[in-house]
Design a protein around this ligand. Structure first.
Ligand code: NQM
Length: 347
């Protein structure tokens, strides 16, 4: 009747982490269960453990991997807050940061030395990531002095290295074959190096890019325009009708105001991110390095993306296609979750 669950903060997101064996194998049964567990559909998710925002309505399903290059498989599921929908079409690099510690805590990977590399196959896209988990004395260490913009306090540093992320969901790094497309008069770079993202200047949409997420979300005209362009971009990127999916993400860029490379405001895709997603940041950082893109600057190697609550640093190696970020994660609770049932006991 109840299911073992771990709740972790991963980067600037929070999610429920499950072992695959603890969830139903049938996808539709699994999704019904997860909607109930998180409390969706309901804007407040009052009858579940979700936090009423896409960044706190996330699920990781983890299992031992058959892939010789990976220790664990990680399927990310976005449980939509106000729709009865669970989507697997996007990956999540923030929740990924917690997959490393979870794999060690649950005995899927043995701690080895001060830092245990956990090789993760991201099932949503097939890409590989290595999450380096601090494990002094054979136990996961969560305390540390690494600060992450958007997260209070500090925690232990977790490095995440990505491989083979180009064309994760869309067909190729530049799915249209062009560095800039004309989206109904708006110049846009349509790119996927881990997350399908549409980059446009904020000014081309009539805003400055310095607005807060709440200000952008309150601007009905802007939201309608962003969604109109997203539907157009979805088709151009080979993703088909994206009206019910969470990708592509829409990124408004503007000049930096705090010493960074570029300032960002990310629609994910309807709420505005309080910071920026990890794979979204890798993708934006990649566009920064590509001459001709709407985001190109001469910044080499390390890119600092400003966002509403600070900045995110991404290291891109255009030669190998690899990228890396620094994150943190924290175990918040371990326990059993009780899905909502009707009087007959059905979910
Ligand atoms: O881009 C939010 C997040 C994400 C996705 C979103 C993510 C990523 O911040 O890797 O992590 O864009 O829906 O968790």
């Amino acid at each position: 009747m109840s299911i073992p669950v771990v709740i972790m903060r991963g980067g600037t997101s929070k999610g429920a982490y499950f072992l695959r064996e603890d969830l139903p194998e049938d996808e539709s049964e699994r999704d019904t269960l997860l909607l109930s567990v998180m409390g969706s559909p309901d804007p407040r998710q009052i009858d579940g453990i979700g936090g009423g925002h896409p960044l706190t309505s996330k699920v990781a399903v983890v299992s031992a991997s058959d892939d010789p290059e990976a220790d664990v498989d990680y399927l990310f599921l976005q449980v939509q807050v106000d729709q009865p929908r669970v989507s697997a079409e996007q990956p999540c690099g923030n929740i990924l940061a917690g997959v490393g510690p979870f794999a060690v805590e649950r005995g899927l990977v043995a701690a080895s030395g001060d830092v245990t590399p956990v090789r993760v196959r991201m099932v949503n896209t097939g890409a590989l990531a290595v999450v380096s988990v601090p494990t002094p004395g054979g136990r996961v260490e969560y305390a540390g002095d690494t600060a992450l913009s958007g997260v209070p306090g500090t925690a232990a540093r977790i490095e995440v290295e990505f491989r083979d992320t180009a064309g994760s969901v869309a067909p190729g790094l530049l799915p249209t074959g062009r560095i800039v497309d004309d989206l109904d008069g708006v110049p846009a770079t349509l790119i996927d190096n881990g997350m399908p993202v549409v980059l446009m200047t904020a000014t081309s949409l009539g805003v400055t890019g310095e607005e807060t997420p709440a200000e952008l979300e309150a601007d009905g005209r802007l939201r309608r325009r962003v969604e109109e362009l997203r539907l157009l971009a979805g088709t151009l990127m080979g993703l088909g009708d994206v009206s019910a999916t969470t990708v592509p993400k829409m990124c408004l860029i503007s000049p930096p105001t705090d010493g960074g490379t570029l300032s960002t405001r990310m629609f994910i895709p309807h709420r505005v991110h309080a910071s920026i997603g990890v794979l979204a940041a890798v993708t934006v950082g990649t566009a920064v390095a590509m001459p001709g893109s709407v985001a190109h600057t001469e910044a080499a190697g390390a890119v600092r993306l400003e966002h509403p609550t600070g900045f995110a640093d991404v290291v891109i190696d255009p030669g190998t296609g690899r990228s890396a970020i620094v994150s943190t994660a924290r175990l918040l609770m371990e326990g059993r979750v009780h899905p909502r049932r009707n009087t007959e006991g059905a979910i």
